[in-house]
Design a protein around this ligand. Structure first.
Ligand code: SAM
Length: 256
């Protein structure tokens, strides 16, 4: 996480596409009256606030480490929607009825230990809903990894999706071992119709490639992105439109 800079504007270039998994995840929640909610890795807070109102939450806390994201979240704060700066890897409460985390857990290692901590922050009957990308095999991620290894060698920051994300069956077993008596775990393929393979670069620039900005510095990072674009188009071909397939794992569990 150190040295990574988030750009809310770049992240939101594909806001509609990124939003769909959030609401698919939210639809897994059992309706409960006036829940207390923690949104871990809340980003710019727009979806945090929308969820708060949609499910009639009593109190919602968005948690993020990025100053840029928290600055963008500021306008979404209300008396019962607040945003705090903290590391989601260490979050254990105060107790809530719903832990929601969309596209953030992949950034931290040791999901077994982290989900055990998140479980400690759930009240009786509490629900955990988490979505993580599982697209490490796609050329969009593979080419970036290969190039990062060439440019940075052993100093290349690892691709978090490749090193941190478990298999769907691992999450199912983990939820069970943590005492979630009901659960739903699935792998879902989202399809994004992009105008051209080059648009994939605009996508990854807002997420996965942010890990390389600190290690490369701004000027080298810009050259890296140009080379990444060239290689990716070579691999994917000049296809217009381009169907970007994106695998994601959605998991939900409920405590007794
Ligand atoms: C891809 S964004 C997702 C934002 C939001 N959940 C959404 O769906 O729009 C990932 C967010 O996780 C945050 N994040 C990553 N690692 C974190 C950590 N260890 N602690 C807190 N936030 C973290 C980033 O700052 C970023 O805002």
């Amino acid at each position: 996480m150190a040295g990574r800079q988030w750009d809310p504007e770049q992240y939101n270039r594909f806001a509609a596409e990124r939003e769909q998994p959030f609401w698919d995840l939210a639809s897994l929640l059992d309706p409960v009256p006036a829940p207390r909610v923690a949104d871990l890795g809340c980003g710019d807070g727009r979806l945090t606030s929308a969820l708060h109102h949609r499910i009639g939450a009593r109190m919602t806390t968005g948690v993020d480490l990025s100053e840029e994201m928290l600055a963008a979240a500021g306008p979404h704060a209300e008396p019962d929607v607040r945003f705090i700066r903290a590391d989601i890897a260490a979050w254990t409460g105060p107790a809530v009825d719903v832990v929601m985390s969309n596209a953030a857990l992949q950034w931290v290692p040791d999901h077994r230990a982290v989900l055990e901590r998140w479980r400690q922050g759930l009240a009786a009957g509490g629900q955990l809903a988490v979505q993580v990308p599982a697209n490490a095999d796609h050329p969009s991620h593979r080419v970036a990894r290969e190039l990062a290894d060439e440019w940075l060698g052993p100093d290349a920051p690892p691709d978090p999706v490749a090193v941190n994300v478990l298999r769907p069956v691992d999450y199912a077993e983990l939820l069970d071992s943590l005492g979630f008596v009901r659960q739903h775990v699935r792998l879902q393929v989202y399809v994004h119709r992009l105008r051209h393979p080059a648009e994939v670069v605009e996508w990854t620039k807002g997420t996965s490639l942010t890990r390389l900005r600190g290690a490369l510095g701004p000027e080298r990072h810009a050259r890296f992105v140009d080379e990444y674009r060239r290689r990716l188009i070579e691999v994917l071909g000049e296809r217009a439109p381009y169907l970007y397939t994106f695998q994601r794992i959605l998991l939900w569990g409920r405590l007794p």
